[in-house]
Design a protein around this ligand. Structure first.
Ligand SMILES: [Zn+2]
Length: 100
């Protein structure tokens, strides 16, 4: 279990200094269909490559087990300028909780 505090003092890219910020987890956010990742996958589906896409999700990780943890999308909101930003290095955890 990974627990992080809801209010943190972090660097704000807009203010260019350390400010008090609140964190929230972003969920149900659909990826843009114009992203390179999505276009690459769609090209593989259209043209076909090997046995891609795999019909059985259990066969995604060949020879290994499926991942039990995932990257969490976090969004920090600065209390001084009101702008929000996303960190490039996300937290990877199976169980994740924001302390309040
Ligand atoms: Zn700020």
């Amino acid at each position: 279990m990974v627990t992080i505090p809801k209010e943190q003092r972090r660097y704000c890219p807009s203010c260019d200094e350390h400010t008090d910020q609140t964190v929230k987890e972003v969920t149900n956010q659909t990826a843009s269909p114009m992203k390179k990742k999505h276009r690459k996958r769609q090209r593989k589906i259209d043209n076909g490559y090997g046995s891609f896409p795999y019909e059985n999700p259990a066969n995604r990780a060949r020879g290994g087990s499926n991942p039990t943890s995932g990257n969490k999308d976090l969004q920090f909101t600065c209390t001084e300028c009101g702008k929000s930003w996303k960190p490039n290095n996300s937290i990877r955890a199976a169980k994740f909780e924001i302390e309040r």
